[in-house]
Design a protein around this ligand. Structure first.
Ligand SMILES: Nc1ncnc2c1ncn2[C@@H]1O[C@H](COP(=O)(O)OP(=O)(O)OP(=O)(O)O)[C@@H](O)[C@H]1O
Length: 592
């Protein structure tokens, strides 16, 4: 960052990215903007014309008593009509700009959402859900305000301002210069106002974000929250944030009500008094009366746009900061596109997964996996066990490409993980996560997950996962809505559905992350049968806390502090006296 820019306000720093973002979102509609500008210039010209015709009416007809009725009527009609047409034009342009704004926001939301979908998993480790949701909804809405209120008012007011100052110069450039010399007062008022209100504006926005975040967090963890009898404490915390937000908004409004508006109104009166005073200094000829009339009319047209422009500043600050936040989110590097080659079919007889000297740390200095090497034969069933924190999920996350290891390599069928194209990779590798994550949609949609699979493929996957029977028993079969998070299903059923979802993609490698930890022994048996049926066809890598799940695995890998401590089939590992696996197994037997 440039050293000077650190002293600027957040809004000033954010201005460039905000503007670039607006341009990007409005690009397909920019011709509308140009047309709107042309029509607004025309409207401003018409407005400027009104007082000139009024001046002509006074100077040429009323004062000299030259009662040329048709011309007077024409001038009067001109004064009325120009104002009327100018208002009409302005209204039409507002509609045009509103359309542009809506479409831009729509585009922006799509852009942000699709970007979020492609962010690397590491991003979500530090992201707060409520804030992210707020980016996609509130902040993009603030961008709309930037278009409609700010751009429109600023554009319109600037055009009116320029037109009016030009007309004043034409009437009496001396007087115009005096008026112009007084105008920097407005800038001073605005500067003071900004200084006073900026902290409150920033605070109010941050607190609104907090309100969203607290709400989202509470809803996500409602069961834990209620079970811990924490409703009161959470309610109080929310009330505090809400009150802080109210006070921040109040401070913002106070700055507006106590400083901006009164100061600007006072300035308006001073300017008017100055013009009348200056006119009073001159010998008043008849022609001066018309000029005075036109000047006073124009004064309102100078002051009002200036007030309008300044009044938009707080909105501008908010919107620019919001746009910059959206821009920052869009600048987050997406997960690598991995537009590489497909895993070579020729290498299929070799290892499905080959891990060599793999070391990984989430944060520098705290290595989680140490120099791991592992060959997993195609079609084999591998179990991964180990104490909490031994690195099982981390290994899975690396296999899923959520993170990239700092050292060593992972190959799938001989191809380095990084060089497998994304779509290909997702087709090759299926995942059954610990939390099955079901959409509030039908069973069919939950298995399909937008892949456009045929009904037959969906049913085949459900049968393979032993989910077909319970799905058929639902009132609308595959079309039964499952409720939010699959609330209509038992935990075991959700898990079977998640397995069906993974199998529907016909993966060659299936990763299970403690898929049986929440289900009863009977359902575990069903899952076990489903997995057994895949033997030889699909390489299964299963993390399991419950060792009964992986007892029959071809090989069990025991992780300890990020290193492979033991490996072998169940019987082999049970032979290792005082081994980690043996102890874990015996402990679980005892607990059972
Ligand atoms: N996203 C993350 N950011 C930073 N550190 C992490 C992250 N995820 C895990 N860790 C750390 O990495 C280590 C290994 O965690 P990991 O989740 O892989 O263990 P695990 O064997 O799967 O444990 P569990 O059986 O409890 O799920 C732990 O010390 C953990 O604190």
């Amino acid at each position: 960052m440039h050293p000077e820019s650190t002293s600027k306000t957040p809004a000033a720093q954010a201005f460039r990215p905000a503007l670039a973002l607006l341009q990007r979102a409005a690009r397909p509609d920019l011709h509308h903007l140009w047309r709107a500008i042309i029509w607004l210039v025309l409207a401003a010209l018409l407005e400027v014309l009104g007082p000139i015709m009024g001046k002509a009416l006074i100077d040429e007809h009323l004062l000299p008593h030259h009662l040329d009725w048709p011309r007077m009527a024409a001038l009067l009609a001109g004064v009325v009509l120009t104002g009327w047409i100018a208002s009409g034009l302005r209204y039409l342009q507002l509609v045009r700009l509103s359309g542009l704004a809506m479409r831009s926001v729509m585009r922006l939301r799509e852009m942000v959402y699709s970007h979020v979908l492609q962010l690397p998993m590491a991003y979500f480790d530090r992201a707060i859900t409520g804030q992210l949701v707020s980016r996609v909804t509130n902040d993009t809405e603030a961008v709309k305000t930037l278009y409609i209120q700010v751009l429109f008012v600023m554009l319109d007011s600037s055009i009116v301002l320029i037109g009016t100052v030009a007309a004043m110069a034409w009437l009496d450039w001396h007087l115009m210069l005096i008026v112009l010399a007084l105008l920097p007062m407005v800038l001073l008022i605005v500067w003071l106002y900004q200084r006073w209100s900026a902290p409150a504006v920033t605070r109010a926005r941050a607190l609104r974000s907090d309100i969203n975040a607290q709400m989202a967090e509470s809803i996500a963890g409602m069961s834990v929250l209620q079970a811990s009898n924490a409703e009161r404490r959470f309610g109080q915390r929310f009330a505090r944030t809400n009150q802080d937000h109210y006070h921040a908004r109040l401070a913002e409004l106070r700055a507006n009500a106590w400083l901006l508006r009164p100061a600007l109104d006072l300035f308006n009166i001073i300017l008017l008094a100055a013009v009348i005073f200056l006119f009073g200094q001159r010998p008043m000829t008849a022609a001066e009366v018309g000029v005075l009339y036109a000047f006073i009319s124009y004064l309102a047209r100078v002051i009002e746009p200036l007030i309008q422009i300044t009044m938009q500043f707080s909105q501008l600050q908010q919107s620019v900061v919001a746009s910059a936040r959206v821009a920052t989110l869009l600048d987050e590097t997406r997960a690598d596109d991995h537009a590489g080659s497909a895993p070579s079919a020729a290498a299929t007889d070799g290892a499905a997964v080959s891990i060599e000297h793999l070391s990984f740390a989430y944060h520098p200095g705290t290595t989680v996996l140490h120099d791991l090497s592992l060959q997993i034969a195609s079609g084999s069933y591998i179990g991964i066990v180990g104490h909490t924190g031994s690195g099982k999920s981390t290994l899975l996350a690396l296999l899923l490409r959520y993170y990239t290891a700092q050292q060593g390599s992972i190959r799938l069928y001989g191809t380095p993980l990084a060089s497998i194209a994304n779509q290909r990779f997702r087709a090759e590798v299926g995942l059954v996560p610990q939390d099955p994550f079901l959409l509030a949609a039908s069973a069919r949609e939950n298995i399909d997950m937008g892949r456009g699979l045929s009904d037959a493929a969906i049913e085949a996957a459900a049968r393979a996962a032993h989910a077909h029977d319970f799905i058929c028993a639902l009132d609308q079969g595959y079309d039964s809505p499952l409720g939010e998070g699959g609330s209509r299903l038992s935990v075991g059923q959700k898990q079977l559905l998640a397995i069906a979802r993974a199998l529907a993609g016909q993966p060659r490698i299936l990763l299970l992350d403690e898929a049986t930890s929440h289900i009863d022994s009977q359902t575990e048996q069903i899952v076990q049968t489903a997995l057994d049926a895949l033997r030889g066809r699909v390489t299964v890598i299963a993390i399991a806390h419950r060792l009964s799940t992986i007892r029959d695995a071809d090989r069990i890998i025991v992780l300890n502090h990020g290193r492979i401590a033991e490996q072998g089939a169940h019987e082999q590992l049970m032979q290792i006296n005082d081994g980690i696996y043996q102890r874990l197994y015996l402990l679980q037997q005892l607990a059972a």
